[in-house]
Each structure stands twice: as structure tokens, then as C-alpha cells.
Ligand binder design. Sequence first.
Ligand SMILES: Cc1cc2nc3c(=O)[nH]c(=O)nc-3n(C[C@H](O)[C@H](O)[C@H](O)COP(=O)(O)OP(=O)(O)OC[C@H]3O[C@@H](n4cnc5c(N)ncnc54)[C@H](O)[C@@H]3O)c2cc1C
Length: 266
Amino acid sequence: MTVVETYPTLDQAARAMGGDAAFLGGGTLVMRAVNEGVAPARLIRVTGPGLSELRVSGDSVRIGAGVTMADVLASRDLEFLHPVARVIGGPQVRNMATVAGNLFAAHPFGDFAAALLALDARVIGAGQGGARPVADVLRDRARAGLVAAIEVPRPRDPKAFGFLKVSRVKPRGVSILSIAAYLPREGGRIRGARVAFGAMGPVPLRSSGAERALEGQSLGAAAIDSAASAATEGLDPPTDEIASAWYRKEVAGVHLKRLLTDMERR
Ligand SMILES: Cc1cc2nc3c(=O)[nH]c(=O)nc-3n(C[C@H](O)[C@H](O)[C@H](O)COP(=O)(O)OP(=O)(O)OC[C@H]3O[C@@H](n4cnc5c(N)ncnc54)[C@H](O)[C@@H]3O)c2cc1C
């Protein structure tokens, strides 16, 4: 049997975590586990409003862990993330699914986390003060602790960020893969390229091959072809009911080329 414990603040909830407990976000995955009888014995939830806060300060926006995909879509400050939130599940899922929950969603989920990775977002833990790169949390999710918020740098040029989800069922099927690219430019050259794939590994991962091919280049046919060829270097995608590892590796470069070509034309 699963027991739900409710706390008024995140700090109290953080103290209650540990052992056989899991945090209950929007519950789109946790409640499924409850229905299937495989949920942890204790679910910890928070009632305070702080978790759903969205705060813009300077060049970044702090997204409370409990902000849902529907909240993202309702925010003008998060317009650059609309193409990502829009393709996560159907309306019912988007109304409940939280941004923090997406960091912990098992493969092939994690489309939003891939975007956060490309944008170099930082994760703020409950009661731990400092912020960690989202990549650190994804690397060791079991020990990530309770997430309070996510700090996302807002792209100075929104056209520098692009996202593509590839699925068999459009528009809301589960990902064969997803791609997020952040390609800021200085004097026409890409400086600080970040390309992340969802569903191309156990968690969202960056494509070092594509980033290397794009860095310092202008976004044109030659750089796009090189990035597409190097896209899956070092990546070892899983096989699942959606697609085989072989298929994912075959098509990743093709879809990266489509995304980058689309970004070039903006
Ligand atoms: C029908 C369906 C379709 C879906 N489609 C997609 C899709 O297209 N793309 C996609 O990426 N995902 C998809 N998902 C997966 C899921 O809905 C999302 O990833 C969602 O963002 C998970 O958030 P949640 O708040 O519902 O998580 P929950 O179910 O509440 O929790 C999921 C995990 O995250 C942990 N967690 C939640 N909040 C925190 C926190 N603040 N701190 C620490 N741990 C936390 C929980 O303990 C649990 O381990 C889909 C799910 C369903 C059921």
C-alpha cells in the first residue's frame, strides 16, 4: 500500500524524503505506478504555492519545480520553450506534467529535459542552496534529491534555439528521439554550440560530435552536413518498443539536418 504524506513547505518535504519515499509531482508517471502496484511505500507532496512560481530576473527565468507544461505554454516569458511543451503528451498530460518530473522521467521520455540541457539550465535543490548543471542531475538521478526550481538562461536571440521531436504518432506520440539545439552567434559564427538528444541514451545527452562540427562555423550547408555526420558519435541509444538502437542511430543525423536547416532559414 502507498501512503501519501502532505507538507506545507518544500523544506519539510525534503526532510521527509529518503528510504522508501518518492516525491509526487504532477503524478503522470507516479500515479501510473500506484495503479500498477509498483509505487514506493510513501509519496511526499507539497501544498505551498512556491513550487509553481515563475520568476524572470535579468537574462534568466526561474521555473518552479511544480510548473506544468500547460503553465509553460501560458507564459509569454517562456515562449522559447513553447515548441517543447506543446509536444509533450496530450492536453491532460500537459495539465499535470511538471518540468521537474520530466528530469526524472525514464527513457524514452525527457523531451523537456533535453531542451533544458541544450539551454544549459541549472537545477536548484530544496534546502541545498546552490544550483547544479542539469547534466549533473541527469547523470545521477537517484541521488538528485528534491528539486525546488530550474533556472533557465533565456536565449538572447530566440531564433538561436530550436527543437524537434520525432515520433511515429503525430503530434503527441512518444519520441523516437528529440533534438534541442542552442546555437548563439557572434559576428555570424556559432559560439558556444549546444546540441542535446532525448531518447538517444538512458537520459538526455549532448552530442559532442555535432557541437564540435558547428562550433566557430556559420550555420550553412557545410557545417550542417558535418554536424549531421557526427551527430551520434559516442551515443549508444537503447532499443525499445518505439525504435531499435540501429534505427535511432540511422535517423538521428537526418533529423538533426532538418532541424538545423530550419534554423538556418529563420
Ligand atoms: C500518456 C503520457 C504521455 C507522455 N508523453 C510524454 C512526452 O511526449 N514527452 C515526455 O518527455 N514525457 C512524456 N510523458 C512522461 C511524463 O508525463 C512527463 O515526463 C512529466 O513531465 C513527468 O512529470 P510529473 O510531474 O507528472 O512527474 P511525476 O509522475 O509526479 O514524477 C515522476 C518522477 O519525478 C520525480 N519528481 C517529480 N517532481 C520532483 C521534484 N520536484 N524533485 C525530485 N523529483 C521529482 C518523482 O518522484 C518521480 O520519480 C508522458 C506520460 C504519459 C503518462
